[in-house]
Ligand binder design. Structure first.
Ligand code: NAP
Length: 290
């Protein structure tokens, strides 16, 4: 990838810890080149103890904006001057815009989830679905589903069932949604939960590199051809869960489209321009295959 930097090159980036396996620099720097924008995106490995100082530094350096990833998405809200309505309901920020030292937090994961699931809207609305996970990504999934897709029931499954219970009460308070059923993550049991679900979402980190052989459930006869399985994990894109779903005829959706569409919204917030998502998506797929 060719890059050029000038005196006035505008800085964007990512704050997280660890950030070794991020694809965000590739996505944004390819998009900046395609749109011929004088911007650069850099990753910054910032542990929690340095978050406040890093934010001061970002403002001092005049950064245009940045992404936030694990473990700062929830903690960072306290340092924002403004938080968008979506990010405030979800309780997590993944994108920050710096306007002359005033920081505004957004949650663009919503955009990624929405664009990934939109082609299946009629299948989801009014049907039962399962969401596995109760972290920041699960919050964005649940918000998007309740707000835009209106499923009849959400089975909320998490390794630590108490966190699923907390999330259930949280979304009742925030969005008055009361059609949750919570379950502890106990692998052989999930087949029974999944069998009633039109959509199954993995919003945990299970299956992610380097533990790519792991899966949230027993993978034998877990899915049917009428189901949609969406795995937020994007590294590797083809997780064991998605391979099993596809082998049983289900529609298997990987986390790459979400990744590109959440980035597209951040890109728009920083530059005011539309990201050429199809070209960026192809570049990302090529990079992963290499
Ligand atoms: P997080 O806040 O740390 O939450 C992690 C979740 O995974 C929790 O529910 C946790 O359960 C569960 N978990 C972790 N290890 C587990 C294990 N060994 N067995 C069972 N459950 C386990 O992380 P997050 O921000 O929500 O991210 C979750 C995943 O989504 C990550 O893989 C991330 O890369 C992916 N993601 C993808 C995109 C995209 O654009 N495609 C965007 C955002 C996130 P406990 O509550 O029991 O700890």
């Amino acid at each position: 990838m060719k890059n050029s930097y000038h005196l006035n090159t505008k800085l964007t980036g990512l704050l997280g810890h660890p950030i070794k396996h991020t694809f965000s620099p590739l996505i944004h720097n390819v998009a900046f080149q395609l749109k011929q924008l004088d911007y650069i995106f850099l990753p910054f490995d910032v542990p929690s103890s340095n978050l406040k100082a890093a934010l001061k530094g970002m403002i001092a350096l005049g950064i245009k904006g940045f992404n936030i990833t694990i473990p700062h998405k929830e903690n960072i809200t306290q340092f924002m001057n403004n938080v968008s309505e979506e990010a405030s309901i979800i309780g997590a920020v993944n994108t920050v815009v710096n306007d002359m030292g005033k920081l505004t937090g957004y949650n663009t994961d919503v955009n990624g989830i929405y664009e990934t699931l939109l082609p299946f809207k009629d299948d989801i609305t009014g049907n039962e679905i399962s969401v596995v996970g109760a972290g920041g990504a699960a919050r964005a999934v649940i918000y998007t589903l309740i707000r835009y897709f209106k499923p009849s029931v959400i089975y909320l499954i998490n390794r630590t069932e108490q966190r699923a219970e907390t999330l259930k009460n949280y979304f009742y308070d925030k969005m008055k949604y009361d059609s949750f059923k919570t379950r502890e993550l106990f692998p052989p049991d999930l087949i029974d939960v999944f069998k009633n679900s039109k959509l199954i979402v993995n919003a945990t980190s299970v299956g992610m590199f380097p533990d790519s052989d792991d899966a949230i459930t027993n993978l034998n006869n877990s899915f049917t051809k009428d189901q949609i399985v969406f795995d937020l994990v994007y590294n590797p894109p083809q997780t064991q869960l998605l391979k099993a779903a596809a082998a049983e005829g289900a529609i298997a959706l990987d986390g790459l489209k979400m990744l590109v569409y959440q980035a597209a919204k951040s890109f728009e917030l920083w530059t005011g321009e539309e990201m050429p998502v199809e070209q960026v998506y192809k570049a990302l797929q090529l990079y992963i295959k290499e």
